[in-house]
Design a binder for this molecule. Structure first.
Ligand code: HEM
Length: 350
């Protein structure tokens, strides 16, 4: 018989188990936040590494600070249903909010000085479920781990050329990105760029089959290469003017192509491309219909956190999305608190 006031033996077992699980979760959070190891990478350290010597871009995103917002539609062709039960892959049209941007912490950067171009994108299902993503135009990411990305930012920020040399010796995977950066042609339009997830995610279909996947948005517009010097001549904000005029004259389209990993492909390392012959499935078309105001439009208060995923898509063993999520959130909190440094209301660019 139970003694009054004392839990039954089996209940006590449950309590101990629950306490252990809660203790374990708290320890996991502490670990993730970097509280247990003073030298560990934290969102604060990553934000500090992203901050230019001239100071933070107050009121702006701490990376990809220069950009321009858009709205449109994602037209799913239904082919994706085989791969994932995400509602936005069922044949139909789904509203999107997105942002073309440059990979820089400077909201006033000259377009021709920034090599990496990106796109933030949110696709919404009728019931409000969202798929958020933030993609860039190189075919591989610069480094293998979030820690190496931090080290890259620190090395690149140093005046001493030895710092980058030491970095590349310690992170030889950087060579593939560096080769792309040096050799890939520049284009004169956001509409002529591909945007790649680079990180791997897991798609689960209605039967419960799982596959590791990366995806790309491949432009319908034919890319025309342009010399960096020519782009510079067109003005510091040419890309924004160009995409505004182009979308005004006709909607711009990208095909979303998912690439399926074979067993053994490196899903945890976005600096390593998968072999070209992997199976690809076209799942739909992004249609950019309207350029929206950047300063006071619908992109201002969104964080394109790549871990905001619909049912049927989840993160993989790739360590980047979780790290990105924690840093994007910190960046969002900072810029939201600095709203007075970036007042709403359009201000004409000089
Ligand atoms: C650990 C690695 C990374 C860090 C620390 C980082 C950091 C950041 C930060 C702080 C922002 C601004 C977030 C905001 O305020 O809303 C941002 C935006 C962005 N990042 Fe990353 N990033 C990382 C990796 C990547 C990767 C792998 C990609 C693409 C494959 C990527 C693509 C983008 C894009 C396109 C945006 C702009 C999204 C928008 O328009 O709001 N980033 N990143």
């Amino acid at each position: 018989m139970n003694q009054p006031g004392r839990p039954e033996r089996s209940s006590l077992g449950w309590l101990i188990l629950i306490a252990a699980v809660l203790g374990g979760s708290a320890a996991a959070f502490a670990y993730t936040a970097g509280w247990l190891a003073p030298g560990r990478l934290t969102p604060d350290r990553m934000i500090a590494a992203l901050t230019p010597p001239s100071g933070p871009p107050l009121g702006h995103r701490r990376n990809h600070a220069k950009g321009i917002c858009f709205t449109g539609m994602f037209e799913a062709n239904g082919n994706g249903v085989e791969l994932s039960r995400a509602k936005v892959l069922v044949q139909g049209r789904y509203p999107v909010l997105g942002r073309f941007n440059l990979g820089t912490a400077d909201p006033n950067a000259v377009d021709a000085t920034v090599r990496v171009r990106g796109m933030g994108l949110q696709i919404s299902a009728a019931d409000g479920e969202e798929w958020r993503m933030a993609m860039i135009n190189p075919p591989v990411f610069a480094v293998s781990t979030p820690e190496a990305f931090h080290d890259l930012l620190v090395a690149a920020g140093k005046k001493d050329p030895e710092a980058m040399k030491a970095f590349t010796r310690a992170n030889p995977e950087f060579a593939s990105f560096a080769a792309w950066s040096k050799a890939a042609p520049w284009t004169g339009s956001y509409a002529e760029e591909p945007y790649n997830s680079l990180n791997s995610f897991v798609f689960t279909n209605a039967k419960g089959d799982e596959r590791a996947v990366r995806w790309s948005l491949v432009p319908t517009a034919e890319p025309t290469s342009i010399a960096q010097a020519e782009l510079e001549k067109r003005g510091p904000d040419f890309l924004e003017r160009e995409i505004t005029a182009r979308v005004q004259s006709a909607p711009q389209r990208w095909t979303m192509i998912t690439t399926l990993a074979d067993p053994g492909d490196p899903t945890a390392d976005p600096s390593r491309a998968w072999p070209e012959n992997r199976r690809k499935v076209q799942v739909g078309t992004l249609v950019v219909q309207r350029i929206e105001p950047e300063r006071d439009g619908p992109c201002r208060d969104i964080n394109f956190d790549p871990t905001v995923l619909p049912q049927g898509i989840r993160v993989s063993d790739d360590p980047f999305p979780a790290a990105r999520s924690s840093v994007y959130r910190k960046s969002y909190d900072l810029r939201a608190a600095e709203a007075s440094d970036y007042p709403r209301g359009e201000v004409a660019k000089p």
